[in-house]
Design a binder for this molecule. Structure first.
Ligand SMILES: Cc1cc2nc3c(=O)[nH]c(=O)nc-3n(C[C@H](O)[C@H](O)[C@H](O)COP(=O)(O)O)c2cc1C
Length: 404
């Protein structure tokens, strides 16, 4: 399979599988434990059906949307993903440029390989930044300060990682730090010579550039060790959110919220939005799917808080369903990492075109010319009755006119 023959996200996954050693592909693709959460994220979308409505003028469609005072071309964005440079050197910059080109948000991970300074220089208008709380709060304070100085558009604090989840594929594959060069790993590298050449040419494991200022030694392993000693920070409480809210004057998102009461606490702490997420099924395997809890979270926080759904989004129809249930937009992780790992920036650009095209097609098929027309009335959910007909559309007979 090559990029030209890719027509959907699953094809991008195959492209990445063909490009990466198994140990790397599994790191992206995998969930935790039994991977129930991973499956639940997809199943939640599959529960819904969309009602097609016909004989509506949908000759002009508009999928643009506005969030935090800025207009974007589509209700989609790229979720933060750490160590992207391991899968393809320069992947963070490639994703940022592809997102800028498509005019959609790219959320740079705090544990990225390209620094926030470099990424902001490349894509200043569409880059958002994600951080974790750190044991030494001076570090998180400084990350926020750097983001402010760079005029990053939106800051996201991820709260769903008090401990690393049980990534059993990684355990089985020996994805440890530093990676042990077992005969199996060497063989995987030999079977993927392009990736291996790129990896070696770029000096092996890439450095988490954002963290260099906080590490005495500047080599990749020492910087990663420092990161590993600072996160997760299991002692942190809601104080971290209050602290960041005081430091950061721009739009603030909290990522990894699933309980409606936590959503309410985020709103009370002054968060402007919530990324409803179970970390793509990579943390608590038995967590609910983000889509399942979206309606209750919308009820809990009311209309004043932006809601973003992240996890299991693989098609335009998923984005439409989440919008119908009250989300402003969706973000996705693995599809973007597969695209950039498999085919670099052109891969990421093609992925975004595919998602855009699918969103446009579905809008047309369900008779909605813009995202404003979406709502629960567009959804059919097994086990629920179809929406009641408004009085104005009660069936009535149109009198037949006399024929010629
Ligand atoms: C390779 C990889 C790295 C990730 N790194 C981070 C990270 O650094 N910070 C974070 O908040 N979430 C991280 N995530 C989770 C994503 O932001 C997102 O929640 C998840 O991928 C969404 O599910 P999806 O892959 O099904 O779209 C990572 C996910 C993947 C696949």
């Amino acid at each position: 399979m090559n990029l030209r023959s890719v027509v959907n996200v699953e094809d991008m996954r195959h492209l990445a599988r063909a490009a990466l050693p198994k140990i790397a592909f599994d790191f992206i693709d995998g969930g935790v434990e039994d991977e129930d959460g991973l499956a639940a994220n997809r199943d939640a979308f599959r529960q819904y059906r969309l009602f097609p409505r016909y004989l509506v003028d949908v000759s002009k469609r508009d999928q643009s949307m506005e969030i935090f005072g800025q207009k974007y071309a589509s209700p989609i964005g790229i979720s933060p993903m750490g160590i992207a440079g391991f899968f393809r050197p320069g992947a963070d910059l490639m994703l940022a440029r592809a997102a800028a080109e498509a005019n959609i948000p790219y959320i740079l991970s705090g544990s990225s390989c390209d620094s926030i300074e470099r990424v902001m220089a490349a894509a200043p208008d569409t880059t958002w930044f994600q951080i974790y709380g750190t044991k030494d709060v001076a570090i998180v304070d400084d990350l926020v300060r750097r983001a402010s100085a760079l005029k990053v558009k939106v800051l996201a604090l991820t709260i769903d990682t008090p401990i690393l989840g049980g990534r059993e594929r990684n355990m089985r594959n020996g994805f440890t730090r530093p990676i042990k060069l077992t005969p199996g790993v060497v063989l995987q590298g030999l079977l993927r010579p392009r990736w291996t050449m790129d990896f070696l040419r770029n000096g092996g494991v890439p450095t988490m550039e954002n963290w260099k200022p906080y590490s005495e030694k500047q080599d990749a392993n020492s910087v990663a060790d420092l990161f590993g000693s600072q996160t997760p920070a299991p002692a942190q409480t809601w104080d971290i959110l209050h602290r960041i809210r005081r430091l950061w004057s721009g739009p603030l998102l909290v990522k990894g919220v699933l309980h409606p009461e936590d959503a309410l606490l985020c709103a009370r702490a002054g968060a402007d939005g919530i990324i409803i997420s179970n970390h793509g099924g990579r943390q608590l395997d038995r967590a609910p799917a983000p889509l399942e809890v979206l309606p209750d979270i919308r009820t809990a926080v009311g209309s004043g808080v932006e809601l973003i759904v992240d996890g299991g989004v693989r098609r335009g129809s998923d984005v439409i369903i989440a919008n119908c249930l009250g989300a402003r937009m969706c973000t996705f992780g693995r599809p973007a990492m597969f695209a950039v790992a498999g085919a670099g920036q052109p891969g990421a650009e093609k992925l975004l075109q595919i998602m855009r095209r699918q969103i446009d097609m579905i809008l047309t098929q369900i008779g909605c010319a813009s995202l404003r027309d979406l709502g629960p009335q567009c959804l059919a959910h097994p086990g629920r009755l179809p929406p009641a007909l408004p009085a104005t559309t009660q069936p009535h007979r149109v009198p037949a006119t006399a024929g010629p």
